[in-house]
Design a protein around this ligand. Structure first.
Ligand SMILES: Nc1ncnc2c1ncn2[C@@H]1O[C@H](COP(=O)(O)OP(=O)(O)OP(=O)(O)O)[C@@H](O)[C@H]1O
Length: 287
């Protein structure tokens, strides 16, 4: 299907046996890019680094309490698009974002939008665990303090414990909260970063290859956690692992050369892709 100018056209599903002809120079997205219960709506998004366009006319919804996986070959724009969702691209000097992006119907971009509370509502977990050079306790308490969510020690203690519990780390660290976060294992550090994101009560969590620096056991723990977190949060995850996308997400978005080629239920993407490019990628013919 082709998106109209406002990106509002409902997607029609191609017959399962038929696949869209490959045309990487158009903005056609096949599948179901929109949801009835969208938490975030992105319409006709273009992103430029200086003169170079990295994202071409992407429209996509991220629904409430769902995990959307973003997959595609290296350099196809997954991280660039993800970073648009909480304006992390603002930190890149020559990066320009165009299009309509909303959170609960409110614009994300615009002069009146304060990015500090926005980034508390739309938190981010990065590829490499990046705890602050502070104690485990302070790593989690820092956000609630600076956002004025809690000031008294008892309130902070409660937030720290709840966040660490939700991140599945409490039992491992409860007796050494005053020790440096950087002294934890890689997997524990990543769960600490997730606890830190959760501590400011986000509504959306963006994850950019959160397991790429972790071993299979730590990865399995994070994936389990993502499944649990979905009950309370909306999650968008960039991953190089198709197995991971299949395990943790309800919808999968396939990117190619800065375009959104296909979005569908994860099962459809991996068992019956509707676009030739998606099929080529998931069957390992390129990527
Ligand atoms: N800070 C930057 N300045 C200039 N160009 C950039 C910058 N970051 C990314 N790009 C370019 O934008 C395009 C998309 O990159 P991006 O990192 O978003 O892709 P990706 O799909 O996340 O890649 P990977 O899977 O390798 O992380 C690439 O051509 C990349 O070179």
């Amino acid at each position: 299907m082709t998106l109209d100018a406002a990106g509002q056209t409902a997607a029609s599903q191609p017959e399962s046996a038929e696949r869209e002809a490959v045309d990487t120079n158009t903005s056609k997205t096949v599948g179901k890019p929109f949801c009835d219960d969208a938490k975030m709506r992105m319409r006709n998004v273009n992103v430029f680094y200086g003169e170079t366009q990295a994202i071409h006319d992407i429209s996509l919804d991220i629904g409430c309490n769902e995990v959307v996986a973003m997959i595609g070959p290296s350099g196809c724009g997954k991280s660039t698009f993800l970073r648009c969702l909480n304006r992390m691209n603002d930190t890149i000097e020559d990066c320009r974002v165009e299009g309509e992006l909303t959170l609960d119907g409110e614009p994300i971009y615009g002069q009146k939008v304060d990015v500090v509370p926005l980034r508390a509502r739309v938190g981010m977990v990065f590829q490499k665990p990046n705890p602050f050079p502070k104690s485990i306790y302070e790593n989690v308490a820092y956000g609630p303090k600076i956002h004025g969510i809690a000031r008294r020690r008892a309130e902070l203690d409660e937030i720290v414990e709840n966040s660490l519990r939700r991140a599945g780390l409490w039992n491992e660290v409860k007796d050494r909260l005053d020790q440096p976060g950087t002294g934890l294992s890689g997997g524990q550090q990543q769960r600490l970063c997730i606890a830190r994101a959760i501590a400011v009560s986000p509504e959306v969590i963006l994850m950019d290859e959160p397991c790429s620096a972790l071993d299979p056991i730590a990865t399995a723990r994070i994936e389990e956690l993502i499944n649990e977190l979905r009950e309370n949060y909306t999650i968008a995850i960039v991953t190089h692992s198709m197995q991971q996308a299949a395990r943790v997400s309800q919808r999968t978005a396939y990117f190619h050369l800065g375009r959104l080629v296909e979005v569908n239920d994860t099962e459809t993407v991996f068992t019956n892709p509707q676009h030739e490019l998606t099929e080529a990628y998931i069957t390992g013919r390129f990527g």
